[in-house]
Design a protein around this ligand. Structure first.
Ligand SMILES: *Cc1c(COP(=O)(O)O)cnc(C)c1O
Length: 401
């Protein structure tokens, strides 16, 4: 993991050797996120994206307030998916003009919060138009809205598909003209379109194709819009490598294709600000999960390292967060990085379920109770995407380094 150097056999996170970091945190298990790594990631991405393209952070990937605060200073805007996330984003100093809210089933109170905050609301149903019109009439604040479109295509080879076919997200492209007419009649402030086709994609050609089609679709739908498009969110879906054989996403072709889209937009949708929204890609590699080995057991010849953390803190690494086939996340013994003594073991957590598995038959440095297991690629969909109350073990904590 190139973002974390090794010194005297120990992984170094944010300039601090892992055992010292564990002492500083005061407990295991914990998540640690590296500010320097977050900052570098955004800079590397900006270097290949056309300058006119805005970069948003989709904070559901990691909503830790201190991290959102750091990200708010690096990106152009924050995308929230609930009223609770909106509060964190605003606390973090996000610019309301560049904050947007997507998600099916928005509650009346959440939409009231969003209108009062002056953020952009990505409309996902006809009900939301009516509710927002009522809120705007009541308060005199006109809601700023965009239409989240369920496209008539898919993002191919995505870890998770979120557009195309029948979906609970957005409004089907075929129904959008009717929705736009209703938005026009209800006097909402129409600003543009939001398209999000999928997540965790490592194929640049698939991403390029989806973004091209998204632009085409938005351009077609713009003809039915009550006012010019000022905002076009092309989605994202950029993946990170988790498993053996996966390669980091090649950004060059994506940057080149986006430059073409930005250029086309300057003629075809001249008032539109183009946005890319990314979660996992921005924060996933900057985070690690650290758990301490409590026990070492041999069962019929196979070695189990039993740790103080597991599935309840890191559902994704256990293989139970949407994965079809379980594969090992990158794992290491963080205080024995230079050890040449290695063995094949399984790292399990303390829960009474065989699903509580962090590493299945993996070759690791030979380890003992007290050693620190590190799960890499853990900055996204970790802490808040895990069932922490399951089995009543002590809580996990998060730190920024
Ligand atoms: C989840 C989500 C994202 C972030 O997805 P990543 O794969 O983490 O980049 C972006 N936009 C929307 C609408 C989402 O629901």
């Amino acid at each position: 993991m190139r973002q974390f150097p090794i010194r005297d056999g120990e992984l170094v996170v944010g300039g601090m050797p892992l055992t010292r970091l564990a002492a500083r945190v005061g407990q295991t298990p914990f998540y640690a996120y590296d500010r320097g790594s977050l900052t570098r990631r955004v800079a590397e991405l900006r270097a290949v994206l056309p300058p006119a393209l805005k970069l948003h952070y989709a904070m559901k990937a990691n909503p830790m307030p201190a991290l959102v605060c750091h990200m708010a200073g690096l990106v152009d805007g924050i995308d929230v998916a609930s009223g609770g996330e909106l509060k964190v984003a605003l606390d973090a100093g996000a610019n309301p003009h560049e904050t947007s809210f997507a998600g099916p089933g928005k509650q009346r109170t959440e939409m009231q919060q969003a209108v009062a905050a002056g953020i952009l609301i990505n409309i996902e149903s006809f009900r939301e138009v009516r509710e927002l019109a009522a809120i705007s009439d009541q308060t005199g604040d006109r809601a700023r809205v965009a239409v989240r479109v369920n496209p008539d295509f898919e993002l191919k080879s995505s870890g998770m598909k979120m557009g195309g076919g029948a979906k609970q997200f957005g409004v089907d492209a075929e129904q959008v003209p009717e929705l736009l007419a209703e938005i026009g009649r209800s006097g909402l402030n129409f600003e543009g379109f939001h398209l999000f086709a999928g997540s965790q994609n490592l194929k640049p050609e698939a991403i390029v194709e989806a973004q091209g089609k998204s632009f085409e679709l938005a351009f077609r739908l713009a003809a039915a819009a009550p006012s010019p498009v000022r905002f076009l969110n092309l989605g994202g879906g950029f993946g990170i490598p988790y498993f053996p054989g996966e390669q980091p996403l090649d950004l060059a072709p994506i940057g080149a294709a986006l430059a073409t889209i930005v250029d086309r937009a300057s003629h075809e949708l001249p008032e539109a600000e183009l946005v890319l929204e990314l979660g996992r890609y921005l924060v996933g590699e900057a985070g690690i999960y650290v758990t301490r080995i409590v026990d070492r057991k041999i069962s019929r010849g196979h070695c189990y390292l039993v740790a103080d953390g597991g599935l309840h803190h890191h559902l994704s690494a256990s293989g139970n967060f949407g994965q079809v086939i379980r594969k090992n996340y990158p794992v290491a013994i963080g205080n024995r990085m230079a050890s040449s003594e290695r063995e094949t073991v399984s790292v399990v957590g303390p829960l009474c379920t065989p699903l509580d598995l962090l590493a299945d038959r993996m070759e690791l440095a030979t380890a003992e109770p007290g050693d620190l297991v590190v799960v890499f690629q853990s900055g996204a969909y970790g802490f808040t995407a895990s069932p922490q109350a399951f089995l009543g073990h002590p809580a996990c904590v998060e730190v920024m380094v």
